[in-house]
Ligand binder design. Structure first.
Ligand code: SAM
Length: 311
């Protein structure tokens, strides 16, 4: 049975908690949408090449008529889960409801055991799953991922260098594992949406005049010893940022509307002009956003984010 609660108020919304999720920035981004979209409420074509948890995509779906969308991310587990929500949401909801019932019936200690059991099933499945071909096992995998995201410590997706999910158990009183109403709305939102597991450059073939493109790449990691970051935990270093700026300039040529967000390196070093130089000539604005800068709640603070538009 569908549980209606005040939590179901804003739907559809991200079904996963995702590192760098942009919920805090949505109103600032909305203010900066092209005037024609603000006036008409219609987005003919939307492309998001770093979709992650999709805070902006779901926000636009809630508030605008988005006619056609293309969502891209390089993370195969994420795109697999979106695809299951697109094609098999009812089976996914059934599986998640069963998992939730079983989990919440247990004592705290048994929940912990159950969590590690699911985590190990998920990690073992990685060797046999075919990410290119949709098979029923995808439904289980998507359910495991959502379960782990809702019950792990800090609720994030993180894997080690072998790709194994390695976040420890999180203690929650009564976690909602199957947010059925939202998942139904997410399924609706994913109609007329193409999903691709690919590098952001694949977006090129979909971007044309008037396409709205929102780009939210991984944050530029801080490196206290050098301003040039060659390696990053997410595999997105300064060379990738430069490749992205080149891509941005190319897409600018074809009349699309580009909005890019990024952390502002000036939060930590006022002289760091990395993005100001990279996007010189574009509309660069700095806005305040709340960000969970590390896992300790006391370190949550307001910092500046960059919003860079070509209009
Ligand atoms: C900051 S997160 C996006 C968060 C998203 N805006 C949200 O609200 O959840 C960046 C995303 O880029 C993806 N990513 C990293 N490198 C990529 C690449 N080369 N091409 C496409 N996606 C990439 C990551 O998997 C991650 O999901």
């Amino acid at each position: 049975m569908v549980k209606i609660s005040s939590k179901n108020f804003k739907v559809p919304r991200p079904f996963l908690k995702w590192a760098g999720g942009k919920t805090q920035l949505l109103l600032e981004l909305e203010k900066r949408l092209p005037q024609s979209i603000l006036n008409s409420g219609i987005i003919e074509k939307y492309v998001e090449p770093f979709v992650g948890g999709g805070a902006m995509f779901f926000f636009l779906k809630r508030n605008y008529q988005v006619k056609h969308s293309i969502l891209i991310d390089i993370n195969p587990e994420l795109i697999l889960t979106y695809r299951v929500l697109q094609d098999d949401h009812l089976k996914l909801i059934d599986k998640l409801n069963d998992m939730e019932d079983e989990h919440l019936r247990k004592s705290e200690e048994s929940r912990k055991e159950n969590y590690y059991h699911i985590r190990s099933l998920y990690n073992r499945q990685m060797d046999v799953i075919d990410y290119d071909k949709y098979v029923p096992e995808w439904i289980h995998r998507a359910a495991y991922l959502i379960f782990l995201n809702k019950t792990c410590f800090n609720g994030l997706f993180r894997s080690n260098s072998n790709g194994e999910f390695n976040v420890p158990f999180g203690r929650y009183k009564n976690p909602t594992i199957c947010d059925e109403v939202n998942l139904q709305y997410v399924h609706q939102a994913l109609k007329k949406t193409e999903l691709l597991c690919a590098d952001f450059t694949r977006a090129e073939e979909f971007i044309e005049k008037d396409t709205l493109v929102y780009l939210d790449p991984p944050y530029r990691p801080l490196n206290s010893t050098s301003h040039f970051t060659r390696y990053s935990s997410e595999g997105f270093d300064d060379e990738d940022q430069m490749k992205l700026a080149k891509f941005y300039k190319k897409m600018d040529q074809n009349g699309s509307n580009l909005i890019l967000s990024n952390s502002d390196p000036k939060n930590h070093d006022i002289n760091d002009n990395f993005f100001d130089e990279l996007y010189n000539g574009y509309n660069i604005q700095r806005v305040l956003a709340k960000r969970n800068i590390n896992s300790k709640t006391s370190r949550r603070g307001e910092i500046k984010e960059l919003i860079i538009r070509n209009y």
